[in-house]
Design a protein around this ligand. Structure first.
Ligand code: SAH
Length: 235
């Protein structure tokens, strides 16, 4: 085993440090963590609260439901954290997490991820600390932690040495702007359905053509938005 520095360092700011590494400690990401391919540092935002009750939130100005993370406490937590790579704030209002953003982040050296809770964070801290808002989809979670785990899972599997075969990354959904083709494995005949003959033909050109056709047909049928971006004017 070599003792190279990790190629990606993640710092997560959260009110629930116990949620980490969670699923990131298992399987592919967990093995990579053990091997030192990436590193993870979880910091409790509450540790930056200064009052007796360790208050991290307060009522929203102007009224309304819920609570808001205080800018002074969150800024102190950010300032005390290592600054490697961009500072992200998990937020349903953010830039959608896409495979290209995942690749951009995976290029290193790492990132800082703020996981909010309650109604979110005071708007001023977003600008003052240059937080880039990232959303994992058009739905609302109760906290940023599951979103951060999703983001890191996607980034870590692309780091050099994490996935068994590099090729399995290149043909996947969203790489090249298309969804992935269907997969089959033995038995050749299962519940009356055969594996498409071309996949058993040994004809690599024909197989590549079949995969590409399936990718295009699936993308066209299921994700007209992706298809439009891939083949402008051909919808
Ligand atoms: N009031 C906010 C939602 C707060 S949900 C709104 O309407 O926009 C509480 C926290 O969970 C958020 O601050 C964010 O950190 C996280 N979160 C919720 N949904 C998310 C999503 N789709 N993507 C990323 N983070 C999300």
């Amino acid at each position: 085993m070599s003792f190279k520095a990790p190629s990606f360092h993640a710092t997560v700011l959260t009110l629930f440090p116990e949620m980490f590494p969670g699923p990131l400690g298992l399987s592919l990401a967990g093995r990579a963590l053990e091997q030192g391919i990436w590193s993870l540092e979880t910091r409790d935002i509450r540790a930056s609260a200064t009052d007796r009750h360790r208050t991290v939130d307060d009522h929203p100005a102007g009224g309304g439901a819920g609570m808001v993370l205080k800018p002074d406490v969150l800024a102190a937590a950010i300032d005390a954290a290592p600054s490697e790579g961009p500072r992200l704030l998990m937020s349903p209002r953010g830039q959608p997490l896409t495979q290209s953003l995942v690749r951009e982040l995976g290029a290193g050296p790492g990132c800082l991820i703020v996981c909010a809770r309650f109604e979110g964070v005071d708007e001023r801290v977003i600008g003052k600390r240059g937080l880039r808002e990232v959303s994992i989809g058009d739905y609302v979670l109760s906290g940023g932690e599951p979103a951060a785990i999703v983001l890191l899972d996607a980034v870590v599997r692309l780091l050099p040495g994490v996935m068994g075969s590099k090729a399995s990354g290149d043909e996947e959904s969203f790489e090249g702007g298309l969804l992935e083709h269907p997969h089959y494995t033995k038995p050749n005949l299962w519940e009356g359905i055969e594996i498409p003959g071309v996949l058993l033909s040994g004809d690599h050109k024909a197989i590549a053509r079949w995969k590409q056709e399936r990718r295009e047909a699936l993308t066209r049928a299921r994700r007209p938005d992706l298809w439009q971006a891939h083949m402008p004017g051909k919808i």
